[in-house]
Design a protein around this ligand. Structure first.
Ligand code: AMP
Length: 407
């Protein structure tokens, strides 16, 4: 089935065509029709599967069909998400798919001045994509009116529960109409998530995408066994050999992220890092530079990267293996998005082999090992430009030390 065969507005079809999408992805194929039919949906789908458009397309279509009926002053659709980045990303998809429609959407998140948001809400907004904190602020101040809500979407519900938003989700129910459509999206499912989901949805259509193997199929996975101290040489090699690719590198801690930026600088590779200590404004600027390709090497921790959608990421490098297997899926989901091809390479040290095993158990598939002979390994280390640097700095340090001793 192609998008042109769907019974949706031609304005939406035109926008989809301009985005270069011709066929729906798996989740879109399964979710669009039930959502158009007004059903509640409970979907287990990861980022990178096209899940955002799977609700954006039918929501926009329903809004455009009912434009006269719905235009009562309040917000028609509320999308609740765990992070600011995700809110902005989803807002972008609403704008892109709805570019030939007249609906107004906005990302309503904390961390930024609220006056421009209040101003915008006053001018009437149809679709609000919000994080819980700012949403409640706006409701309590009377700026956000959701008593006319037609559709509620919860995206990355599992992450919202992880962040402790379960009470917020329950509180929200007091503010919205009982009669509504609810779409519940989560990357993973367990007892607690099921309980929250079933409190919200009614007779939901259940959709699950690749339950056994949540990793997108158009990603080539590989793992190389590398000593902890040699990892930077291998990253240098990967980046220099594939200088046309945008690469996201995952490290375990903020300190390691900062150190790696410096190590890359020493081998003439420009990179930037986002992690918990980088402030929000700076994070957006860094993400935008990476999106535009001005900077092609982004070093990040798991927390900072969750939910971000950046097109054309050629490779994800697990510089440190994640200690929570599920994070492997979230990390590699940054590449091979939609129908693009992607590459996920993990640098695994002796100490991390148990993490590798957990990842393979979780995804149900073995990661192919990158076959490196001893001489290949050595030449990657020897070819590093850091070799010269380290040698020179070592001599300099020794000289200083010798001088100190003579004194
Ligand atoms: P998501 O899972 O919503 O984060 O989407 C992942 C990526 O897939 C985004 O970059 C979308 O632009 C892209 N995408 C969504 N739907 C399609 C489609 N039908 N064909 C090709 N790419 C798509």
């Amino acid at each position: 089935m192609k998008f042109k065969d769907y019974r949706i507005s031609k304005d939406i079809k035109k926008a989809i065509e301009e985005l270069g999408w011709s066929r729906p992805t798996d989740i879109q194929f399964k979710a669009i029709q039930p959502i158009l039919d007004g059903e509640d949906v409970l979907a287990i789908a990861q980022t990178g599967t096209g899940k955002t458009a799977s609700f954006v397309i039918p929501i926009l279509n329903t809004l455009s069909k009912n434009a006269n009926k719905y235009n009562t002053g309040g917000v028609s659709c509320l999308v609740l998400v765990p992070t600011r980045e995700l809110a902005i990303q989803i807002d972008d998809v609403f704008r892109e798919v709805g570019k030939y429609l007249t609906f107004k959407s906005m990302a309503l998140t904390g961390g930024v001045d609220q006056d421009p948001q209040i101003f915008k809400l006053k001018t009437h907004v149809d679709i609000v994509i919000s994080t819980p904190g700012r949403m409640f602020d706006m409701i309590s101040q009377g700026h956000l009116k959701i008593d006319q809500l037609k559709t509620l979407v919860l995206d990355e519900a599992d992450h919202m529960l992880d962040l402790g938003f379960v009470k917020d989700i329950k509180d929200l129910m007091r503010h919205i109409p009982q009669k509504r459509q609810t779409l519940f999206f989560s990357a993973t499912i367990n007892k607690e998530i099921k309980k929250v989901a079933y409190d919200l949805v009614r007779n939901a259509i259940r959709i699950q995408i690749s339950p056994k193997n949540p990793v997108a199929k158009n990603i080539v996975h590989s793992v190389a066994f590398v000593e902890m101290d040699d990892k930077r040489f291998f990253l240098e090699n990967i980046v220099k050999e594939h200088s046309d690719l945008k690469v996201i590198v995952f490290v375990r801690t903020k300190v390691r992220a900062e150190r790696l930026v410096k190590a890359m600088e020493r081998v003439q590779l420009k990179s930037e890092t986002i992690h918990g200590d980088v402030d929000q404004k700076e994070r957006f600027a860094i993400l935008n530079r990476f999106k535009s390709g001005e900077n092609k090497l982004l070093i990040t921790t798991d927390v900072a990267a969750r939910g971000i959608d950046i097109p054309n990421v050629g490779a994800v490098v697990n510089y440190d293996l994640p200690d929570v297997a599920e994070n492997y899926v979230h990390r590699v989901g940054r590449t091979g998005r939609g129908k693009e091809k992607g590459w996920a390479i993990s640098l695994c040290s002796e100490q991390e082999k148990s993490f590798l095993k957990e990842i393979e158990d979780y995804t149900g598939s073995e990661i192919p090992v990158y076959d490196l002979s001893k001489s290949d390994y050595q030449s990657i280390v020897d070819d590093s430009e850091a070799g010269d640097y380290d040698w020179k700095s070592l001599i300099a340090e020794n000289d200083l030390w010798a001088k100190e001793k003579k004194k």
